[in-house]
Design a protein around this ligand. Structure first.
Ligand code: HEM
Length: 216
């Protein structure tokens, strides 16, 4: 198949959604690992953030990450609109309702909520840490810790991690399916691994927010 036709086909788009999705899931693992340094104290976390910021490989990957997010979001919206059109024509919405899960039916809504979280999150951390000359006023560690002193932010963050869990619940297994890596036998393991992954990610991030809410 010509590569242009492949990327315009519905399966081509699903492959791109799945690959960018897996890339973003790996990012979440790395992001959580760095954030867990918060529990090792101020010096350890500031050093971990400093290391990431100075590392040339990480800096290049930040651009790849931004492009990955952008493709995943734009293509997700496009696929949703196209699927809606097809469903409108064939009118099998009632049948498909029973063959899908809550998590798969709400991908577009959970995705949009995660996007809203991401905008808020970058305003909270990335902009003050990267683009302001704050270091002699407040450390990276204290920017994070002081945010979670606020019950409003702690709630918004934990709620977003819950939404992220619903998104990952479908996203994880469906990405293996779209890449043709899943079959009936493997699906059992993919589902188990998916649950393990999303519990680790969601509870890991939530514990950080809740811990610093009660302990700072
Ligand atoms: C308790 C939870 C979280 C904490 C404490 C946290 C903390 C941070 C911090 C401190 C930065 C700035 C790093 C820097 O500028 O060097 C950052 C950046 C970022 N975070 Fe989070 N984060 C959390 C959850 C999440 C989640 C769930 C996502 C994705 C859905 C996410 C996506 C990002 C992205 C895309 C960046 C920008 C990466 C970059 O280019 O530096 N974060 N986060």
């Amino acid at each position: 198949m010509n590569h242009k036709i492949f990327f315009q086909s519905s399966i081509g788009k699903k492959v791109v959604m799945a690959s960018t999705g897996i890339f973003l899931m790996i990012f979440l693992l790395l992001h959580l690992s760095v954030n867990l340094f918060l529990f090792s104290g101020e010096k350890a976390f500031n050093e971990a953030v400093f290391f990431m910021r100075k590392n040339i490989f990480v800096r290049i990957m930040e651009y790849v990450l931004a492009i990955g997010f952008l493709i995943h979001i734009l293509l997700g919206i496009k696929l949703h609109i196209e699927n809606k059109k097809v469903k409108g024509e064939v009118d099998y919405a009632i049948n498909s309702y029973f063959s899908t899960t809550f998590s798969s039916r709400t991908m577009i809504y959970t995705g949009i909520l995660i996007l809203c979280f991401l905008v808020l999150h970058l305003i909270n951390f990335m902009i003050p840490m990267k683009y302001s000359n704050h270091r002699h006023l407040i450390s990276d560690y204290n920017i994070v810790v002081s945010l979670f002193k606020n019950p409003f932010y702690t709630f918004i963050y934990v709620f977003s991690f819950f939404i992220l869990g619903i998104h990952l619940n479908h996203g994880f297994q469906s990405s293996f399916q779209s890449l043709g890596l899943s079959n009936k036998k493997r699906l059992v393991w993919i589902k188990k691994f998916s649950l393990l992954y999303l519990w680790f990610i969601c509870s890991g991030f939530s514990i950080i927010a809740i811990w610093f809410f009660f302990n700072s």
